[in-house]
Design a protein around this ligand. Sequence first.
Ligand code: TYM
Length: 328
Amino acid sequence: RKRFLTGIKPSGDVHIGNYFGAIKPCIDLSKDVQNEVILMCADWHGLTNRAEIMRPGQLSHPLIALLLALGYNIKENSIILQSDFPQIQENSWYLSCATAAGLLERSHAYKDAIANGKVPTASLLFYPSLMSSDIITFDSQFVPVGKDQAQHLEYASDMAKLFNNLVGVDVYIAPQGVIQETPTLIGTDGERKMSKSYNNILPVFATKKELEKCVKEIKTDSKGLNDPKDPNSCVIFQIFKSFASDDAIAYMKEKLEKGVGYGYGHAKKDFVDEHEKVFGSHRERYEYYCNNFNEVKKLLEPGYEKARSYADNVTKRARQAFGLKSYL
Ligand code: TYM
């Protein structure tokens, strides 16, 4: 089986950008028996920004509940919590021992933080090392992600190769990114990618009222009720087409293009209705999983066992390659 791994930071409301960039592709992959998928809730990554240190412990469970509720095939695959696997930290250290500091300093996230006058934590500098380790610790071959993670995937492959060159043995598998071809999903402001840090998100599981409030924020131009509208520059449509059914997409496209009697208010109403259709039916299961930790734990156990054996195996290989010995 081909082994896929991807990670998502537990940062509160999971939004349609995450759904479209990572969750949906992984759920689809998990349904094909030829694949083995490991989905990681990256709680350590949620600690790198001091201003944002939220409560990854409390936020992880809703993320896992969401993945299960939306139909991730947990019987044949795994969902793991990053902080349950100390082997990741160990391999992250080995990777960073093979990597020039300058390479990490060139990370976009690190450079952006400095350019914006922030004082980045050392953990932000090591972010690519930790993320590379998430991948190589489980011998993963493929990493499905959104476009914004492209640089991180280059790091993963480069750092694995640097390590292998250093020790002269192929200890780590250099992974391949499976990067979404479609651009990163835009946020409700119509300017930046949808991201919790930009306060421009549409949550996957929101009550209708909450959703209506967010949808109201979606930026529109000044075209009137009967003006033809270009779907490609309409932010409502751009977000809509990332989750709506093919029929609903075709319907809204036609209505916007014709324009007659179809204003942005109508598009927003159709948006809310379709969101309810696609996600609403899973909300009950989501709430059930949120409130039944022990049951979720049982579902995750077989995948945990498998992941642990991969991680132990890889870490042993890395220790051997460095000639590290144990007294135990
Ligand atoms: P994170 O938590 O920011 O996002 C999780 C996934 O969602 C995708 N994504 C988007 N896709 C399209 N449009 C958007 N607006 C959008 N926003 C987010 C991201 O591309 C990502 O695939 N560093 C990673 C998490 C991580 C990871 C890993 C990923 C930790 N370890 C190992 C892969 C492998 C991150 O911050 O993603």
